[in-house]
Design a binder for this molecule. Structure first.
Ligand code: HEM
Length: 398
């Protein structure tokens, strides 16, 4: 029997939670179409999602994946930029990931805390405490890209340009601007890398430049795609953590008051924001290298599979009261950062940014509330990611 194709249409974009509730009840895996008509399978239950994220029969290899697109389909033909760790399998994946593992380890990332606090405070200084403020545009968006710039070692004087070039990556509707931004970044980064090679500094680009000087470890092309990946993977995701987290708090006054009374709950609160409003929805594409059976369904070899992280993180079999925001869950083994060999390398940095951003925001503006005069915040029109286009707030009571 041919399974029914589930449309990921406007209902899904409006309220993915309701669609997922229905799909989880019906089964662990469903037929969908992505990228405007490419057939794929969507996994919606926690147990199967966790297992499949770590299943070596599901591969990433971008070159093989691109051969699966229908004839004439242009959407996936970006092999140049996709030759990165997120789109490769072992042994290339292992080699590429090893080069950045150390820089992103929790202890290394903690050294960035004072700089992250400083950048956060500088941004908070720019907010108008008397007027309406869009928290996405003026806070959640600029913070992560400045931190990625710091981590990579983009000089202070280039931060503004670097932010401008990176911005189109966040919004699929700005894809017409993406081409020229990509070109500018592709011209800028090799120059910056040459400078780092000549004068190494204590930053990630200097480290990667040294690894590429030793061609066995990293080619020049890999180095550039690695840098692009870090910008792409670390930007919109963290914007969504800050934006979705602030939104979850502002729409749950009891939890907001609880967090303000007990700031030590902040790390648990960040985990709960990651679970309840997971920044990555289904951007987890893999393909089957052999037939894979999931319950009643057999997925043939050579088909795309998406692991529904947001769906899995609301599975009532795994989480008690999955739609409730609860900072005191005894166990919160959410899948917001994935699982298995591709588990997010930036997770310690993202957690730290989430904690600092939301902690400092609440400490500075304890009276913050949704702007009652503004329209309800809209979701980004993306099936793959989960975030808001705007979050209008008042920082202080009128
Ligand atoms: C991988 C989520 C922030 C860099 C992933 C994956 C997820 C994820 C779900 C795995 C995708 C898959 O298995 O297909 C998130 C979330 C973030 C975040 C929710 C913020 C809240 C960051 C940051 C960086 C980063 C700040 C770095 C600056 C990466 C990289 C990978 C990755 C390089 C690929 C790892 C691999 O393939 O081994 N992320 N991410 N992420 N993330 Fe993140």
């Amino acid at each position: 029997m041919t399974p029914q194709v589930e449309p990921l249409d406007s209902d899904f974009l409006q309220d993915p939670y309701a669609v997922y509730r229905r799909l989880r009840q019906r089964g662990p895996v469903h037929r969908v179409e992505i990228w405007g008509g490419v057939p794929a399978w969507l996994v919606t239950r926690y147990a199967e999602a966790r297992e499949l994220l770590a299943d070596p029969r599901l591969a990433k290899d971008h070159l093989r994946a691109e051969r699966l697109f229908p004839p004439g389909f242009a959407g996936g033909a970006r092999s140049g930029w996709n030759a990165n760790m997120l789109h490769t399998d072992p042994p290339d994946h292992t080699r590429l990931r090893r080069l950045v593992n150390k820089a992103f380890a929790a202890r290394a990332v903690q050294h960035l805390r004072p700089r992250i606090e400083q950048v956060t405070d500088e941004l908070l200084d720019t907010l108008d405490p008397t007027g309406p403020v869009d928290l996405i545009q003026s806070f959640a968006l600029p913070l992560p890209i400045r931190i990625i710039g710091l981590l990579l070692g983009v000089p202070e004087s280039d931060h503004e340009r670097f932010t401008e070039w990176s911005e189109p990556f966040i919004d699929s509707r700005a894809s017409f601007r993406r081409g020229s931004a990509e070109r500018e970044l592709a011209e800028y980064l090799p120059r910056l890398l040459a400078a780092k090679r000549a004068n190494p500094e204590p930053d990630l680009l200097s480290e990667l430049a040294a690894a590429s000087a030793d061609g066995d470890r990293l080619t020049e092309a890999e180095l550039l795609t690695m840098t692009f990946l870090l910008i792409l993977a670390g930007y919109e995701t963290t914007v969504n953590l800050i934006g979705n987290g602030a939104h979850a708090l502002l729409t749950n006054p009891a939890r907001l008051a609880e967090l303000q009374a007990r700031p030590e709950l902040l790390p648990a609160a960040v985990e709960e924001f990651l679970r309840i409003a997971s920044p990555v929805n289904i951007a987890t594409t893999r393909f089957t290298t052999e037939p894979v059976r999931i319950g009643e369904v057999e997925i043939p070899a050579g088909e795309f599979v998406l692991i529904g992280l947001l769906a899995a993180n609301h599975d009532e079999v795994q989480f008690t009261g999955p739609d409730e925001l609860d900072f005191t869950r005894a166990v919160n083994a959410h899948l917001a950062f994935g699982h298995g060999i591709h588990y997010c390398v930036g997770a310690p940095l993202a957690r730290l940014e989430g904690e600092v951003a939301l902690g400092r925001l609440l400490a500075r503006f304890p009276g913050i509330a949704l702007d009652a005069d503004a329209p309800t915040p809209g979701r980004r029109q993306s099936t793959l990611m989960h975030g808001l286009t705007a979050l209008p707030v008042r920082l202080t009571a009128a």
